[in-house]
Write a protein that binds this ligand. Structure first.
Ligand SMILES: Cc1cc2nc3c(=O)[nH]c(=O)nc-3n(C[C@H](O)[C@H](O)[C@H](O)COP(=O)(O)OP(=O)(O)OC[C@H]3O[C@@H](n4cnc5c(N)ncnc54)[C@H](O)[C@@H]3O)c2cc1C
Length: 442
C-alpha cells in the first residue's frame, strides 16, 4: 500500500510540504489536503490592498495544480478532532480521514484587542483574504484609518493604506512603536521618519472602547482625547489555531512542540509554520516564529521526511524585514538579549541605525534601519542576515565593526560568508519541479 499523507492547512507550510513530497519523487503516495480556505498567500495581501496585484494573484495553487500533483482535497472544511491512536482526523462535516502520517499546519489567526466595540462593523482585522476584501471595500481616498497596534503586521500594510490616499493614525499601547522588532533607539528613528511622512502616531495609548459616531467610529482611550475614524484596523496580535487539537494528547506549549525533524510528541504527526514551536537556529531554544520563511522551510523539511528522507532542520531565524515610506527596517536573530555584547551606530542625518549583537566573534543578532536605496541599508540587510544565519566567526573584523558599525561589506566579503550560504539549502539540494501526473497550465 502506498503511504497516505494527510496535510491539514493549505498555507505556506502545508503547500510547501505537498510540493516537496512530489519533488522528492513520492509520486505513488496518496496526499490528502484539508483546508478551511482556498490556498493563498497572506504575505501578498498588502499588494492586493493597494491594487498592485489582482485578487487572482494571491492564490498559490489552483484546483488544476493540486489535481496534477494528485492531491485529494477537502477545501472549505475544518479539522475538528485528531485521534493519533487511531490515526484518524474528523472534519467539521463529520467526515473521518485515515492517515499514515500527518502534518498540522493550521497557521494562526488575528486577535482583536478585548474592548467593547471591537466587533462593530468597520472595525477590522487584516489577516485573511476575506478580511482584506472587507478593508478594501471600506477604505477610500481621504478616509481616516486608525490602526490599533504598531507591530510588524501593521507595518506590512502601512504603505498600502497611504498609497490609497487615506490618512493614517497608528495607536500603540506600548511606550514605543515596533516593540518586538526594534529597540528603543530604532523606534525613535522610525517614528520620526513616519511623522515626517504624515503618519500620526500615538504611543502609550490604551484603547478603552470603540463607539459608533454618526457613520464613523469614535475610539476612546484610558487617558487623552478621542480619535474619530472612518475605518479601524486592529493589528493587535495573532494566536495559533490549535483549539481543535484539544484532547489529542499532542504536546503543546505556545505552539505544537516539535523535534529537529519537526515531529510532534506523536512521531507520525508533524507540525510546521505558525503553529509549530521548534528550534531557534541562533539560540537553540524552542520558539514560535510566525513568519513566512519559517513556514516555508518547515514545510519543505516535513515534506522531505514524509517522502522517506531523513532531514534534520537547522532551526529557524527570527527575522522581520519591512519597508515603510522608503525606510528599510529589519531585525534578525537575538537582537533583544539584554546581556549580550552589542555595538550600535546612529546617524540621525541619514535616518540610519545599526545594532550588532555578539557571542564572542560571531554575530547573533542585528537591527538595521536606513533609507531604502541608500546603499548602506539595502546591502546590509542581506549581509547581516547572512552573518547571523551562518554564525560566521569574524575574528579581527569584530573590532572593525565596533569602530565602523555601518561598514559591513568588507567583513562580509573577507569572512567568505557567501560561500557558506550557497550550499545551505534546506534539503541539501537545489529546488526542482515536482513530479506531475499530467502537464497542466495554470
Ligand atoms: C498582511 C500580512 C502580511 C505578512 N507579511 C509577512 C512578511 O512580509 N514576511 C513574513 O515573513 N511573514 C509575513 N506574514 C506572515 C505569514 O503570512 C505567515 O507567517 C504564514 O502565512 C504562515 O504560514 P502557515 O502555513 O503556518 O499558516 P497560514 O498561511 O496561515 O495557513 C494556515 C492554513 O490552515 C487553514 N486552517 C486553519 N485552521 C484550520 C482548521 N481547523 N482546519 C483546516 N484548515 C485550517 C487555513 O485556512 C490556511 O489554509 C504576513 C501575514 C499577513 C496577514
Amino acid at each position: 500500500m502506498p503511504p497516505r499523507h494527510l496535510i491539514i492547512g493549505a498555507g505556506t507550510a502545508g503547500l510547501n510540504c505537498v510540493r516537496t513530497i512530489r519533488e522528492e519523487g513520492g509520486g505513488a503516495s496518496e496526499i490528502t489536503l484539508v483546508a478551511a480556505e482556498r490556498p493563498y498567500s497572506r504575505m501578498v495581501l498588502p499588494y492586493y490592498l493597494d491594487r498592485s496585484i489582482a485578487e487572482s494573484h494571491v492564490f498559490t495553487a489552483t484546483a488544476a495544480t493540486l489535481a496534477a500533483w494528485k492531491v485529494t482535497t477537502h477545501i472549505g472544511k475544518r479539522a475538528a478532532r485528531l485521534n493519533p491512536q487511531a490515526n484518524t482526523l474528523t472534519l467539521d462535516d463529520g467526515t473521518t480521514l485515515e492517515y499514515d502520517d500527518c502534518l498540522i499546519a493550521t497557521g494562526s489567526r488575528a486577535v482583536k484587542a478585548p474592548v467593547p466595540g471591537a466587533d462593530l462593523p468597520g472595525v477590522h482585522s487584516f489577516w485573511t483574504l476575506d478580511q482584506a476584501r472587507e478593508v478594501i471595500a471600506g477604505i477610500g481616498h481621504g478616509s481616516h484609518v486608525v490602526m490599533v497596534g504598531a507591530g510588524f503586521i501593521a507595518f506590512t500594510i502601512l504603505n498600502s493604506i497611504l498609497s490609497l490616499g487615506a490618512k493614517l493614525t497608528i495607536v500603540e499601547i506600548a511606550p514605543r512603536i515596533l516593540p518586538r522588532m526594534v529597540d528603543e533607539t530604532g523606534a525613535v528613528v522610525v517614528e520620526a521618519w513616519l511623522k515626517k511622512h504624515g503618519v500620526g502616531i500615538l504611543t502609550g495609548a490604551t484603547l478603552a472602547r470603540i463607539e459608533e459616531a454618526r457613520g464613523k467610529k469614535r475610539l476612546k482611550f484610558k487617558k487623552g482625547s478621542d480619535l474619530v475614524a472612518d475605518l479601524v484596523i486592529m493589528a493587535t496580535g495573532i494566536k495559533p489555531n490549535l483549539e481543535w487539537l484539544q484532547g489529542s494528547g499532542i504536546r503543546i506549549n505556545h505552539g505544537v512542540l516539535v523535534d529537529d525533524h519537526l515531529r510532534s510528541s506523536v512521531p507520525n504527526v508533524y507540525a510546521a509554520g505558525d503553529v509549530a514551536e521548534g528550534k531557534d537556529g541562533v539560540t537553540g531554544a524552542p520558539v514560535v516564529h510566525a513568519i513566512e520563511p519559517t513556514a516555508m522551510e518547515h514545510g519543505r523539511v516535513v515534506g522531505a521526511n514524509m517522502a522517506g528522507r531523513d532531514v534534520a532542520y537547522r532551526g529557524s531565524l527570527n527575522m522581520n524585514i519591512v519597508e515603510v515610506c522608503r525606510l528599510d527596517v529589519a531585525s534578525f536573530g537575538a537582537w533583544d538579549e539584554p546581556k549580550t555584547e552589542a555595538f550600535t551606530g546612529l546617524r540621525p542625518d541619514r535616518s540610519a541605525y545599526r545594532k550588532l549583537c555578539w557571542s564572542g566573534d560571531r554575530l547573533t543578532g542585528a537591527i538595521i534601519i536606513g533609507r531604502a536605496g541608500d546603499i548602506w541599508s539595502t546591502n546590509d540587510v542581506g549581509m547581516l542576515k547572512g552573518l547571523v544565519q551562518t554564525g560566521t566567526r569574524l575574528g579581527a573584523w569584530k573590532e572593525h565593526l565596533r569602530r565602523n558599525p555601518f561598514d559591513v561589506k568588507p567583513a562580509f566579503i573577507a569572512s567568505r560568508t557567501t560561500a557558506r550560504l550557497l550550499p545551505e539549502t534546506i534539503l541539501g539540494r537545489p529546488s526542482q519541479a515536482p513530479e506531475l501526473a499530467t502537464t497542466v497550465t495554470t
